[in-house]
Design a protein around this ligand. Sequence first.
Ligand code: SF4
Length: 161
Amino acid sequence: MHNLKEKTRKWSWIVLLFFLITGLFYPAVGLVAILCMLAPLVVAIFRGRRWCAFYCPRGGFLEQLVSRFSLRQKYPALFKTVWFKWLIVVGLLSGFAIQLMMAENTLVAMGAVFVRMVLITTLAAFGLGITFIPRTWCGICPMGTLAAYIGRACARLRRDA
Ligand code: SF4
């Protein structure tokens, strides 16, 4: 199991690159991203940020590839503030929801919205990772922020039960 976790951590970035390249030609593939959006939240109920630590393809991409070129400058204190994290959650998820509502009701159009969002956020994560520490994005990633809150709330509930 330990070995599997380490292997996934090392190679999960391939899933991200495969998703983006395939999604540009076959946008319906983008719907698969729903799994990657829900996974950190579901895993957080039982295991906190385990998904982020070992299984997330974008986390793996930042850790395994971007880290080789990162300038590792100190990142802005703003990124650590709660209000900024929530601004990113609300901003990105509402932008995402609006795009989905405006898209045609077809698998291709809906999938294209997911591909576009993953591409934009991956470019942002790449830029931040090159400039600051490799996983800077993970400090403000909407799914990571939500997973952190869910994980803490569930741990508290278990403790108090
Ligand atoms: S914070 Fe977001 S990008 Fe980073 S590992 Fe978690 S889900 Fe993936």
